[in-house]
Design a protein around this ligand. Sequence first.
Ligand code: ZN
Ligand code: ZN
Length: 318
Amino acid sequence: MRAMVFEGVGRPLRLIERPRPAPGPGQVLLRVEACGVCRTDLHLLDGEVTVREVPRVLGHQIVGVDVATGRRIGVPWLGWTCGACGYCTSGRENLCEQARFTGCDIDGGLAEYTVADTRFCFPIPDGYSPLQAAPLLCAGLIGFRSLRMCGDATRLGLYGFGAAAHIIAQVARWQGRRVFAFVRPGDDAARLFALQLGAEWAGDSSVAPPEPLDAAIVFAPDGALVPTALRALAAGGTLVLGGIHMSDIPSFPYELLWHERSIRSVANLTRRDGEEFLGLAPRVPVRTQVHPYPLEAAGQALDDLRAGRFTGAAVITP
Ligand SMILES: [Zn+2]
Ligand SMILES: [Zn+2]
């Protein structure tokens, strides 16, 4: 089969031929139909998140057909957990110290076939094509976990209007929240896109919103946005950091945090997040804007993501 492999930090993904993987006990063999790319893939390429063993097939938003049963299923970032530690047994398997992640510790979906642990796969909701469904599996799932950390906040800020925000804006509107979108200065395409998806205000991330926010989620990997977003929060507001990596956060006066504002990060997902979000997505209904790329153009898709050349999500179609 053909696969795009990561061979080391700073090196481009390379197209290779390798044997089709064989499923072990408890695993399914999937013919990959679509695999979303994610900002985390850029962090892997750049060495900001470590890939322990190379070569590695990246890609952790996989939609594929189970070769044995013909069922369409989705494979997310959380690929395996120990099931026995204090985190795993208290509903926090996302924090398991032995967890293995798809497309990082386990070969992922930038290939014609992949194998996955059945217990960590999800059925794809009816009404979604493979292309449309792929971004739900990380941008959607981890975005949804971030949104839940915002509690019942009405006025919600989204910093960085990429794949995750374009899904979560739709869910937040459906929940009756008011959405304020912040984009890279001068990114008019993203600003207009946010307004189309129901944001009542969209502007540059350097600009204060028209009124204070009850919560904000930072999806962009820019630590300088932390004090900026804190400044936009009302007293008691929550700031949620949705990414796996961020540049250093500049120091800021305690005054920005005081009045019971809080900051928290979000790590990974639990299977419960997946079941809840994939149950909810068709009810909203969440519609994803996708840009398809063939397998051999996965590197181009990642370059385009880095440069902000599209709105919505890039999806590879092996
Ligand atoms: Zn565990
Ligand atoms: Zn991801």
